[in-house]
Design a protein around this ligand. Sequence first.
Ligand code: ADP
Ligand code: MG
Length: 565
Amino acid sequence: DANALKRILTSIDGRGYGSYKQLKGTYDLGPCRLLINHVQVDPFAPPSLMRLVVDAGTADLPEDLISDRRGRIATTDYLARAVAGATRSLDAVSIGAPQQEVLDRTSIALTEQGLEARISVQLPAAGRRVKSRQATRLLTEDLPRIAEAALVHASLDADALRAHVTLHRDQEALRDQLADRGLVAFVGDGAMLPRRSGDSDLPLEAGAVPFRSPGSLRVSFELPSGRRVSGMGVPDGVTVIVGGGYHGKSTLLRAIERGVYPHRDGDGREWVVTRAEVAAIRAEDGRSVAGVDISPFITGLPSGTDTRRFSTTNASGSTSQAANLVEAVDAGASALLIDEDTSATNFMIRDERMRRLIPAEREPITPFVDRIRPLYTERGVSTVLVAGGSGAFFDVADHVIALDEYVPHDVTEQARELADGAAAEPGEDMFGPPSARVPAAGALRPPGKKKPATARGRETIRFGHEQIDLSALSQLVDAAQTEAIAHALDRLAELMERTGPVEQAEPSGARPTLDAAITALFARLDDEGLEALSPHRGHPGHLARPRPLEVHAAVNRYRGLRLDG
Ligand code: ADP
Ligand code: MG
């Protein structure tokens, strides 16, 4: 119990920091049990991993809220926010707090016994010595207080918890219906899309113009709670968003990008819901590319390089955007979101004068405007595109939406009258079937790699001696997702070297494709939960579930990636 903990702490006061190791074990602290799993070796190492366990009877969660997976995700998200709130004044304790999105996380687990909060604790130090008094207060007073405030009678504010779960189930039910309704995304009337600043995901505080759907694109949904929402349906096919500079085009597209995740109440984007496997595509010069077929966009490079298996350590704007696009489509993206602001112009369009000056056979790039329709007709991949600077896409658009002072209007008819019918003739099978990419043996075991892959914030993964740069992935939203991807890389390396799961993925016994390996990994997460990614049992660390698309993206950006054949 707490006294045992106090005794240990008193006996190690002033000793070397390593003495904290003696704390490993389980202690009864009244409202909760404290499980100390992993103790940091020194004050500068990653913090110690501990769990607060509260019995089912004490936690007292309503059964109907945790009877399905969605209910459990929303409930544990609610509890993680409650714990984060209770630890706000304590710098030493963290739970990997949820932000604006509601994600599947490892921070709170619902177990047979009850519920478990996985926290990390920075144990106090004076230099490199144990500070007992402070540690005693932290572990025997602060932690029980947190459990009391956030986890005991977790449903104390039963209405708020129920509302959180109901919203989440409604949002996911809406997402379920999008494909059948022929929609890429839905943007609800009244949504508040703008954010506080370029580096804040919080809603703009004052002066936001609520979203209002144009009549011709208005759709509505009945949701399980009985709620009915209406708003703009973004249809399958090619949709172009136009409008003057600063009229809100990029803001709308970014909201759709983020709509692949459900947002918390009060975010303003609660009813911006996008199909789960929609990918934002941008230029990313400098990235490395391994064996990607970019020939639909780029052929006949002056260097003679084969663009059906294109590799480079330093892609240009246009080749990086082509590679990003092909990789996303091969990884299962059903629609692409592209903003002119983050695109390579020569990848997107080529105007008439340039076509006359530089004959097609001297220009390796076939611009996206000529490929956007075959992408839809051959592969079924839709595009939503922001293009305020060029009318070139009028010819190939199914729908054109104009933003005027943040309010969308359907201008498809007017745009069609301006189109000059110069759309490229559909070729045949420009986009072949996805190419089978098989990582070479040991390709995910970098030389010099002894430690597990680790995330450095949201944008970087340390993988052996390499850094994988994920800063261009706008739909990777949380550092806990990046941490999960880091673990996924290690699990994929194991999976590709073992035989069991690999044979399932590839009955022939051949080495699995990257796609098969990632699919097998996600099937395992569905079965065993997100913590299957972690090498630790008990306390898996703070992980949030990434999409398969971002796992593909991380592997594809690894500079050591080599393919078979
Ligand atoms: P564009 O891409 O058309 O140039 P942006 O989407 O970048 O425009 O938006 C320009 C500015 O207007 C940004 O500061 C953005 O936060 C703000 N903004 C966007 N939508 C709204 C809105 N609905 N209400 C108020 N401000 C908005
Ligand atoms: Mg813009």
